[in-house]
Design a protein around this ligand. Sequence first.
Ligand code: PXP
Length: 242
Amino acid sequence: MQLLVNVDHIATLRNARGEGYPNPVEAAKVCEHAGASGIVFHLRKDRRHIKTEDVYQLKKSVQGDLDFEMAATDEMLDISKDVNPELVTLVPESREELTTEGGLDMETVFDDFRDRVFPAYADTNIAISLFIDPNKKDIELAADLGSDAIELHTGTYANATTESDKKAELDRLKEGAELAHELGMKVNAGHGLNLDNLEPLVDQVPHLNDISIGHALVSSALFYGLNKTVKKFLRIMKNPNN
Ligand code: PXP
């Protein structure tokens, strides 16, 4: 299991004043130095946090895995192929949302992904991951497409307010992870994870590969510093890098 730190909100803070700091590339270096196995960013259509130039700088500087999170638009397909990250994670995206609100509806995107998106990466070494909710149908359709990985959407678990809702969602994530693994896909997870809700997830959901964490990690870093915060997350994941 490895931690990939999402640096979008370092860029959010930078963009709030339009100065060059804090720099997501420098933050990525600190995260990797602290033991993170790689870096994630979401290049949105509206460029509200990460900008296109950041992507190329991150590609130059990141030593571990680079996960390019994006909507499957032609523009993003072109940029991602030019950047050549280890992994592309495809997500739904709407302009109005504050953050990604749920997984892909695989039934809706299936034909387009089969005919346009997956063939676009056929001549590359870029692995593809699909961000989906832990539903049997969505996971099976991801496997039918030949996806290398799925990223299980943990937002519903993170937002659950009662113990029984949390447990129900953890059970769904566990079953989803088992099914995806059986179908030969890597299992990643992310969204809404923090220092409090990470441990039950990593203890109870099997086969986890990449864990992608951004907003809460950057927020905790205001209090503990980025290096210490990454180490705190790694300790919860019982990651030997720490
Ligand atoms: N994974 C995906 C697919 C996401 O869209 C996001 C948010 O950008 C994350 C993980 C990270 O979520 P958070 O910022 O809540 O840790």
